[in-house]
Structure formats: structure tokens, C-alpha cells
Write a protein that binds this ligand. Structure first.
Ligand code: NDP
Ligand code: OXD
Length: 311
């Protein structure tokens, strides 16, 4: 029987992915959605944002691989097959991209660029000052694969760090907090807050007026996790009231960000269209192929989603 891998991405990269996958997984036929052929041949699916209900049509599917680190594009499908593993993307290219983005935006905020940018638009020659990275504590929400890699990158720049996770953790040079009391402590001490949380019922709306007000006056926010975590109107109001000094946002409550959103033109917000980091076909295909080969050999898969936790 033919065994095939169903592949679906949102960016056409000229067959780059398919080339790597065909080379690394010669015993599987690579079928790029929507050209799925006989649904009975599909044994693995590697997908980003498949249409809702799509993955219920493959009776021999053994595992689903997300092409992104987030799996909310899959968990939001009420017809997602329940009896097979769903695996998050963990690969060095995606991790490196996120470290670059978080270090870049942390430095942007640390060096008061929103204030300079705003002054520049008024043709105002101003001087805001400078402080040492060791005197700036950055709080990272989410100390998973990406949060812990970003912590390492920020430590290299000399920042002082705190982090927050669901379970208790210990990381060298990071003041680790967890749970509700831990969040309160982290917010109270973070001059830059980075969210690298997945979208789950617990993280939705977590960063709202009440929680953001706990940040010290003049603090700034970086959201690279999911847009649903941050209540955008509350952030905008707190910038307006000068409780917060600025933000760097890559993910939004609604994507694409609606044309009329004030975030597009906000002088104190650095924004990008959900591109903080992307899976790199070459390295991600290797990670995917390793996982599939392990599964074919009967070994356990890594990074399997726990749907009770929601990530
Ligand atoms: P991981 O699953 O490795 O890490 C998630 C972290 O969040 C863990 O530390 C986890 O805690 C923590 N967490 C989850 N829920 C809670 C909670 N309720 N309270 C406290 N901590 C919580 O994920 P990754 O690091 O690989 O990815 C994180 C997210 O980044 C993705 O889900 C995705 O949304 C986003 N992302 C965004 C991209 C972009 O381009 N903007 C690109 C890639 C990812 P614990 O350690 O205790 O489990
Ligand atoms: C994501 C990704 O989950 O791009 O946002 O990997």
C-alpha cells in the first residue's frame, strides 16, 4: 500500500519543503494539499492552518505535525482526530529566529527607541538617556523551548531576568516564578515584559488592564506568543496614560490586524505581521523527518501536545 505524507503550508516557497521531505523520507510519497490523492494513503500530516474538519478525512492517519510551534490552529478544530498524537514544531531555525526577534525588540525598548521615534516624527532633537542592561529586568512569560532560548540570548546582552511558567522551574541566572502568586511577583519587577505563552483558555486575556497596571511605571511589553493573551485596548489606554512607555507586537487579537486598528500608526508601538519567527524548511524538514522515522521505528514522539494542558 502507498504511504503518503500530507503537507500544507501557507507560504509557497517554490517547492523547497517538498524537496527536503522527499529526500529525507524516500519511503513516503509527499502530497501537497489540496492534491491529496486517495485519502486512505495518508499516514502522516504536516500542516499549518488546515481547513476545519480537513484532518478527519484520513482513516489511516497516525500522527499530525504542526508546522508551527503553536497548535491553536489545530486545537480550535472541533473535528480534529482525538486518538492520534499531535506534535508541535521544535526546530533550531524557528528557535534562532525567535531569539533574534526578542533580543532585537528588547534592545529597541531598552534603548528608548519608541520615545526617539515619536520625537523624530515631530522633528524634535531630544536626548532620553541610557541605562545599563544589568539594571533592566526583563520578565519572560513562558519558559518553554522558545522562552528559555530567549532567556539565554538576553543574558548574553547582560539583562537581568525573571521568568514565569506553569510548573516550578529552576534556570541559571533567571529568577523563576510560577502560578498566580508568581505572576504577580514577576509583573511587579519587570521593566520589559515578554510574552511567549501559547494560546490556551488560561492565557486568554491574561494581559489586561489589571495585570498590566502591576508593571512598574514606564515598563514596556513585547508580545510574540499569541494575540489572544493581550487585551489591545487596555495596552493602548495604559500607553496613553503613560503608565507604559511602549510595546513591540507581532501577534494580534485579530490577524491580519484590521486596517483601521490604531496599532498600525502608533508611534510607541513597533509592530510586525506575525513574522517574529518562522520554521526554516531545511532545518524543520530534518526535525520532522527524525520524528517520523522514530515513529516508524516504534519509538515515542517528542513534543506531543497535552490537550488537557492545552499546549
Ligand atoms: P512551549 O510549550 O515549549 O512553552 C510554553 C511555556 O508556556 C511553558 O513554559 C509553559 O509552562 C508556559 N505556560 C503555558 N501555559 C501557562 C500558564 N497558564 N501559566 C504559566 N505558564 C504557562 O512552547 P514554545 O516555547 O515552543 O512556544 C511558545 C509559543 O510561542 C507558541 O505556543 C506560539 O504561540 C508562540 N510562537 C509565536 C511565533 C511568532 O512568530 N510570533 C513563532 C513560534 C511560536 P511549563 O513550562 O510549566 O509547561
Ligand atoms: C507560530 C509559528 O506558532 O509561526 O506562530 O510557529
Amino acid at each position: 500500500m502507498t504511504q503518503a505524507l500530507l503537507f500544507k503550508t501557507d507560504i509557497d516557497r517554490g517547492g523547497e519543503w517538498e524537496g527536503h521531505l522527499a529526500r529525507l523520507l524516500p519511503d513516503l510519497e509527499i502530497r501537497t494539499w489540496p492534491n491529496k490523492g486517495d485519502p486512505k494513503d495518508i499516514v502522516y500530516a504536516a500542516v499549518w492552518q488546515p481547513p476545519k474538519g480537513e484532518l478527519a478525512h484520513y482513516p489511516n492517519l497516525k500522527a499530525i505535525f504542526s508546522l508551527g510551534a503553536g497548535i491553536d490552529h489545530l486545537s480550535s478544530d472541533p473535528d480534529l482526530p482525538k486518538n492520534i498524537p499531535v506534535v508541535r514544531m521544535v526546530e533550531p531555525g524557528l528557535t534562532q529566529g525567535m531569539v533574534e526577534y526578542v533580543v532585537m525588540t528588547a534592545l529597541y525598548l531598552h534603548r528608548f527607541m519608541p520615545a526617539y521615534d515619536e520625537a523624530r516624527r515631530r522633528h524634535d532633537w531630544i536626548e532620553v538617556g541610557q541605562i545599563a542592561t544589568k539594571d533592566r529586568r526583563i520578565g519572560i512569560l513562558g519558559l518553554g523551548v522558545l522562552g528559555s532560548a530567549c532567556a539565554e540570548g538576553l543574558l548574553k546582552m547582560g539583562f537581568t531576568l525573571s521568568g514565569w511558567s506553569r510548573s516550578e522551574k529552576a534556570m541559571p541566572q533567571v529568577r523563576c516564578h510560577h502560578g498566580a502568586a508568581g505572576l504577580e511577583a514577576l509583573l511587579g519587577e519587570s521593566k520589559i515584559l515578554v510574552s511567549l505563552l501559547p494560546r490556551t483558555p488560561e492565557t486568554e486575556g491574561l494581559l489586561n488592564r489589571a495585570s498590566l497596571e502591576k508593571l512598574p511605571k514606564g515598563a514596556a511589553v513585547i508580545n510574540v506568543g499569541r494575540g489572544a493573551t493581550l487585551v489591545e485596548d487596555d495596552l493602548l489606554a495604559l500607553i496613553e496614560e503613560q503608565h507604559l512607555s511602549g510595546a513591540a507586537l507581532d501577534v494580534f487579537q485579530q490577524e491580519p490586524l484590521p486596517k483601521e486598528s490604531p496599532i498600525w500608526d502608533h508611534p510607541r508601538i513597533f509592530m510586525t505581521p506575525h513574522c517574529a519567527s518562522m520554521t526554516i524548511p531545511e532545518t524543520a524538514a530534518q526535525a520532522l523527518a527524525q520524528q517520523i522515522k522514530r515513529h516508524q521505528a516504534g519509538a515515542p514522539l517528542d513534543h506531543v501536545v497535552d490537550f488537557l494542558r492545552g499546549y
